[in-house]
Write a protein that binds this ligand. Sequence first.
Ligand code: NCD
Length: 357
Amino acid sequence: MKKVRNLLEITDFSIEEIDQLIHLALDIIDKPQKYAESCKGKKLATLFYEPSTRTRLSFTAAMMELGGNVLGFSDAAASSVSKGEVVADTVRVVECFADIIAMRHNKEGAPWVASQHISIPVINAGDGGHCHPTQTLTDLLTIYREKGCFENLTIGFCGDLLYGRTVHSLSKAMKRYKGVKFVFISPKELRIPEYLKADILRDGCQFVETENLEEVMPQLDVLYMTRVQKERFDSEEDYNRLKDSFILDLNKLHNAPKDMIILHPLPRVNEIAYDVDCDSRACYFKQVLNGKYIRMALIYTLLKWKSEGVEAKADDFTKGEPCDNPRCISHTEEVCPLYHTTEDGLKHCIYCDKALK
Ligand code: NCD
């Protein structure tokens, strides 16, 4: 089977390809009419096994503005999944009806499994607590439009860095740019996973971890707030204890740089007070609109590559022991445990990225 180009994780695209996507999105913003029929006759299937507002609607709006059509489901309970159908079968069926798929799933690695069974492009629209590459494209377009570049920025991630998949993908994207520094602000229990810290160090970037947002505020070019991911917690007690860890309000911004930007993938719960919305640094609603444009650029590009026969690089993996991450798709789908090995010899599950002990 031909391996088409997908977007399963942000690193599937080189920084040059991301740059092309950003410039395509800027051209779409500038000349929407030029693209109004560019996906005429094409269909996007949105397969959403987990709740979503922005991501699904922005995929839908993006395909409509490219002149294409959209089909799919927004609730797994209303699809054959409720009868016990596996992802591999569902996507083989969907491939008969659609040209490209955007999938959100609660199991980590589900879009990767999907991509192994079909020859139409698969876009990961968020898989469990693992990653969310199209939110990252949205974040990157916003940073580019607001700050003009990615190099030498200091980005503070605040909130649930353990389960916040948008943080995982954005840190993987930003560590590829020169001079980028990370400040991870979270309670100890919600620190960013070790494998991501190892990745950052391997790429020669610097990071610090802290529990004090106000102390680090003056250093930040970008403050990326996140909600505590209630649905990923095993215990409600733990969630209740951690849910109010960081609440950004105007008082806390007193020592923030005047040109710092505040991002949030949304939805917010209480981690940004409403009074911050009027501050000129608040960019989270601009971010939503950028999400539509960059998804237009992505759909356009993946379909163009497919029609030109552009192929993905072969995956490099070896078989191993079953993964011990309970949220990994390898526990619910009949798949072989597969691992890729990093330069420092660590084996990571191909589906969910969890490092093998
Ligand atoms: C995020 C997600 O689903 O991971 N939302 C989004 O897609 N914009 C963030 C979140 O749910 O907290």
